[in-house]
Design a protein around this ligand. Structure first.
Ligand SMILES: *Cc1c(COP(=O)(O)O)cnc(C)c1O
Length: 415
């Protein structure tokens, strides 16, 4: 059957193998190809196949040079492309690239834009995996990194050098919830012709679109808010223009951290409810942050919605729809209180990760950041009693009941 969009030179595909009576062994290998005509699937089709057949040798040859062709899934797959286009549209970018994980996206961007001797300016409070990659690049490739607070444009200006190739920021920092003044920082980089990459995982494109504020690349761990259901790893990078996309795509194809089509399909399934989830997570987080701040076991609560937040004014400009779903608290009782709290929750789960429909709590000082000493913890804005709460979509009163009983246990144990 000839496809309606097939080029005129394409030969019609036979529907069955060429022999008149193929052997069952052959039939088993060649099931009939069912085309959907007259209707279309409402859900995104899952194209799990990794390799595509062509009718013309010329078309296959052309496929090698066109990023839009489908020939081999590491170079492109229709379900994965649907995810790339969906996130690119949400972020307002020219094109997207999907990866097997958020770290796949981070690595592809860093390795494509940096070479040996290159200089990067990055914010201090970085996702741990990203910090590890930069440290590795510094040790093995002679990449130089200058860390800045991420809140002061003049600090960025002073850090720039002729060989600076990238300014790397995060919209909302982990776990401090500090909000980077993206437009002010990106403007300084633009004056110097330095591209800006922003990890927008904590905000999602529904709360902030960094490309609108001067970024050139946006990175997501799709594992978190975009997918949202604790069942898939993924990453996406979105590019302001096709030139940058082309540079990173070439590298990504070589690196091979491609997305499995089923993972892309799960992410697309999650994406359909992103706005409902994020709206509820933001509302729950703001309400819980206010109640947590008033509890006697809590020395400080941090969420961009709180009047006490140091970046309140930046957050009002950059995150007008909500301050995100992550709240962090400093327990007055320090490390012991942190451990008691995360083991005392019942509805929430003691887990790493964030952006899930379920509420997750963790104690950075004894887990994700256990290798840091007190000084390094303080530099990262983490106290011995800091607990990160990734607020889910459960009913806010059930969440408060759980967090409150856990805080009461902290007080009881300290008494
Ligand atoms: C989780 C996370 C990553 C890494 O993503 P993976 O999907 O775990 O590889 C990168 N940046 C941020 C801000 C994250 O939270």
């Amino acid at each position: 059957m000839t496809r309606p969009d097939a080029p005129p030179s394409a030969r019609p595909r036979p529907e069955t193998p060429p022999s008149v009576h193929p052997h069952p062994d052959t039939l088993a290998v060649h099931p009939p190809h069912v085309e959907v005509t007259g209707s279309r699937p409402l859900g995104v089709p899952l194209h799990q196949g990794h390799v595509f057949a062509f009718d013309s040798a010329d078309a296959l040859a052309e496929g090698f040079t066109s990023p839009d062709a489908f020939l081999y899934a590491r170079l492109g797959n229709p379900t994965v492309r649907t995810l790339e286009d969906a996130v690119a549209r949400l972020e307002g970018g020219a094109s997207g690239l999907s990866f097997a994980s958020g770290m796949g996206a981070v690595n592809a961007v860093l390795l494509s834009l940096l070479g040996s001797g290159a200089h990067v300016v990055a914010q201090t409070c970085l996702y741990g995996g990203t910090y590890a990659v930069l440290t590795d690049l510094a040790a093995r490739w002679g990449v130089h990194v200058t860390y800045v607070s991420g809140t002061d444009p003049e600090e960025v200006r002073a850090a720039l050098r002729p060989e600076t190739r990238l300014l790397y920021l995060e919209t909302i920092a982990n776990p401090t919830t500090r909000v980077s003044d993206l437009p002010a920082l990106a403007a300084v980089a633009a004056e110097a012709g330095v591209p800006v990459a922003v990890d927008n995982t904590f905000a999602s494109p529904l709360l902030c679109r960094p490309l609108d504020h001067g970024a050139d690349v946006v990175i997501h761990s799709a594992t978190k808010y975009l997918a949202g259901h604790a069942d898939v790893l993924g990453g996406v990078a979105v590019f302001k223009d096709r030139e940058l996309y082309g540079r990173v795509r070439r590298h990504a194809v070589e690196q091979g951290a491609s997305t499995d089509p089923f993972a892309a399909w799960l992410t697309l399934r999650g994406l359909q409810t992103l706005s409902l989830r994020v709206e509820r997570q933001c509302a729950n987080a703001a309400e819980l942050a206010a109640r947590l701040a008033a509890h006697p076991a809590v020395a400080a609560a941090r969420h961009p919605s709180l009047a006490s937040h140091p970046d309140r004014e930046v957050a009002a400009r950059l995150l007008p729809a909500g301050g995100g779903g992550v709240v962090s608290i400093d327990l007055a009782g320090g490390r012991d209180a942190g451990r008691t709290f995360v083991e005392a929750v019942r509805l929430a789960s003691l887990s790493v990760s964030l952006g899930d429909v379920k509420t997750l709590v963790m104690h950075p000082a004894s887990t994700s950041h256990h290798q840091l000493d007190a000084a390094a913890l303080a530099a990262a804005g983490i106290g011995a009693g800091t607990v990160r709460i990734s607020v889910g979509i459960e009913h806010v009163e059930d969440l408060w009941t759980d967090l409150e009983q856990a805080l009461d246990q902290v007080l009881k144990k300290a008494a």
